[in-house]
Design a protein around this ligand. Structure first.
Ligand code: C5P
Length: 242
C-alpha cells in the first residue's frame, strides 16, 4: 500500500443521538464511520441512512456476518441496498460462505473477512479453541488465503500481522486494521494494538479508531493527532486538516 491509510471512526455508542453527536463533531476531518453491533442493534438501518444522507459520510457496517452461505449472501445484499461502502464477514466461515458474500456484493461494496479478533493473543486464542498452542499470525495468513481465493476486497487483521499479509498479497487484499491507539494510549480490552503510523507502514489501507478518539477528552483533537501521525511518513509532513 502506498499513500495514506483511510481513518475510520468506530461509533460504538448505544444510541443514534450519541453517534450523530460524535459524527457531527468530527465531520470536518472524518468522512468514514463504522457502525458495529452495539449501535446497529440499538438504532438499525436508520442510523446508517442518517450518517450517509445528513452527513454525507461513508459507512463501514461491521456486523461480522457468519452463517450459512445463503443467509450471508442475503445480509450482504441488504447492506448493499443500504449504501454502505464496507461490510465484514468472518473469514472462518469457509470458502463457500466467502464466495457467496463476494458474489452478492456485485462489486457495489467491499467485503472484508475478519481473521483473528484483535482482542486475542496466542494464549487466549488457543484457550478459546481448546488447543495447547496457536500462532495468531499463522491463523491470520491461513484465513487471508481463503479470503483472497474467494476474491474478497480485503481482510481485517491487527497491525502485528499486517506486514506479513501485505508481503504475500500486496494490493490484492486491502487490509483494515483496528485496535489502533495513539502513542501511550490505553489498550483497553485489546491485546494487539498499534499506532496509526505503524499500521500504515505495515500496509493498512484502512485504520479503525474507536475509543482512542471517541473516549478522548477532546475527540476532534484526538482525531487530528491521528491525521498528523498518519502524515508523519511524508516528505512535507503536513496532513490535510480541513
Ligand atoms: O475502541 P477500539 O479502538 O478498541 O475499537 C475497535 C473497533 O474495531 C471495535 O468496534 C471492534 O468491534 C472492532 N474490531 C476489532 N477487532 C477486529 C475487528 C473489529 O477490534 N478484528
Amino acid at each position: 500500500m502506498t499513500g495514506y491509510a483511510i481513518p475510520i471512526v468506530a461509533l460504538d455508542v448505544p444510541t443514534a443521538g450519541d453517534a450523530l453527536a460524535i459524527a457531527r463533531q468530527l465531520r470536518e476531518d472524518c468522512h468514514f464511520f463504522k457502525v458495529g453491533s452495539t449501535l446497529y442493534t440499538a438504532a438499525g438501518p436508520t442510523i446508517v441512512r442518517e450518517l450517509r444522507e445528513k452527513l454525507q459520510a461513508d459507512v463501514f457496517l461491521d456486523l461480522k456476518f457468519h452463517d450459512i452461505p445463503n443467509t450471508v449472501a442475503g445480509a450482504v445484499k441488504s447492506a448493499a441496498t443500504l449504501g454502505v461502502r464496507l461490510v465484514t464477514v468472518h473469514a472462518s466461515g469457509g470458502r463457500a460462505m466467502l464466495e457467496a458474500a463476494q458474489e452478492a456484493s456485485k462489486g457495489r461494496l467491499g467485503v472484508l473477512g475478519v481473521t483473528v479478533l484483535t482482542s486475542h493473543d496466542d494464549a487466549s486464542l488457543a484457550a478459546s479453541w481448546g488447543r495447547d498452542h496457536v500462532d495468531v499470525e499463522d491463523e491470520v495468513l491461513r484465513l487471508a488465503a481463503d479470503a483472497a481465493a474467494a476474491g474478497l476486497h480485503g481482510i481485517v487483521c491487527s497491525g502485528d500481522e499486517a506486514a506479513a499479509v501485505n508481503r504475500v498479497y500486496g494490493d490484492d487484499l486491502a487490509l483494515l486494521v483496528p485496535g489502533v491507539r495513539l502513542e501511550g494510549g490505553e489498550a483497553n480490552d485489546q491485546r494487539r494494538v498499534v499506532t496509526p503510523h505503524a499500521a500504515q507502514r505495515a500496509g493498512a489501507r484502512y485504520v479503525v479508531l474507536g475509543r482512542a478518539v471517541t473516549a478522548a477528552a477532546d475527540p476532534k483533537l484526538a482525531f487530528r493527532k491521528v491525521l498528523v501521525d498518519l502524515a508523519a511518513d511524508t516528505v512535507d509532513g503536513m496532513p490535510a486538516l480541513g
